[in-house]
Design a protein around this ligand. Structure first.
Ligand code: PGA
Length: 244
């Protein structure tokens, strides 16, 4: 069997603690019912808004609790921010960093991502470092060049065996469009070749039950980062069974 697969839902700014509890109640039931269809090498997690992390921790069994962002400072005058130890204290084991929405709308630079990643690792959590090209860059054949720079800068000073890399073409996020399977595999193989043979590489961008099986079968893909399809327990479970 292939190495472990890490399937992580990214709820973005959706659901409150009550809705989180309802999700997990239904999801845990579906998980038990579908257990025989879920390969033993599949691990899952959910990146929820910070207000829901404690609820996720209490209500989930094997779910990796993931934060969607953190501040790199330990504490102090950073109104509106949340520290690594705060999310850790309510059960987070990983943090998404550099998601394209944060890079675009909230000015998260690759330099900032590397600073945060170092602190996240020091605290014993796993940074999930996201990067990807825009549609214009894809069309111009610049994908490799663009992501090489993003990876290099975002993982500066970081041990690549302590992170998860999430390749997410910006134009595939929430659009229903994706590069071809062949293109995705090729880019993930490229990422491996410029980083570390044993690095964990997720693909993200319009991952759905209908394409997850083939994606997870690709040699250089070790998991998925999933937005829209992670919000409904009935659909999320189909990702974990690889739509079986
Ligand atoms: P999507 O989002 O699955 O809805 O395309 C992916 C992501 O933003 O991580």
């Amino acid at each position: 069997m292939k190495n472990n697969l890490y399937i992580i839902g990214n709820w973005k700014m959706n659901k409150n603690p009550t809705e989180t509890r309802e999700f997990m109640k239904e999801f845990n039931k579906l998980y038990e019912e579908n257990k025989n269809k879920i390969n033993s090498n599949i691990f899952y997690g959910i990146a929820a808004p910070a207000t829901n992390l404690a609820m996720l921790k209490i209500t989930s069994n094997d779910c990796l609790v993931v934060a969607q962002n953190v501040n790199e400072n330990e504490s102090g005058s950073h109104t509106g921010e949340i520290s690594i130890n705060m999310v850790k204290s309510v059960g987070a084991g990983a943090v998404i960093l550099g998601h394209s929405e944060r890079r675009k709308m909230y000015n998260e630079t690759s330099q900032k991502v590397s600073q945060k990643a170092q602190k996240v690792i020091e605290a014993g959590l796993i940074p999930i470092i996201a990067f990807g090209e825009t549609f214009e860059e894809y069309k111009m054949g610049k994908t490799k060049e663009v992501i090489k720079k993003m990876i290099k800068e975002s993982t500066k000073g970081v041990n690549l065996l302590q992170v998860i890399l999430a390749y997410e073409p910006v134009w595939a996020i929430g659009t229903g469009k994706t590069p071809s399977l062949k293109e995705i595999q090729k880019i993930c193989a490229y990422i491996r070749s410029i980083t570390n043979p044993n690095v964990i590489i997720q693909y993200g961008g319009s991952v759905k039950p209908k394409n997850i099986g083939k994606l997870m079968n690709q040699k250089d893909i070790n998991g998925a980062l999933v937005g829209g399809a992670s919000l409904d327990p009935k659909i999320f479970i189909k990702l974990l069974t690889l739509n079986k």
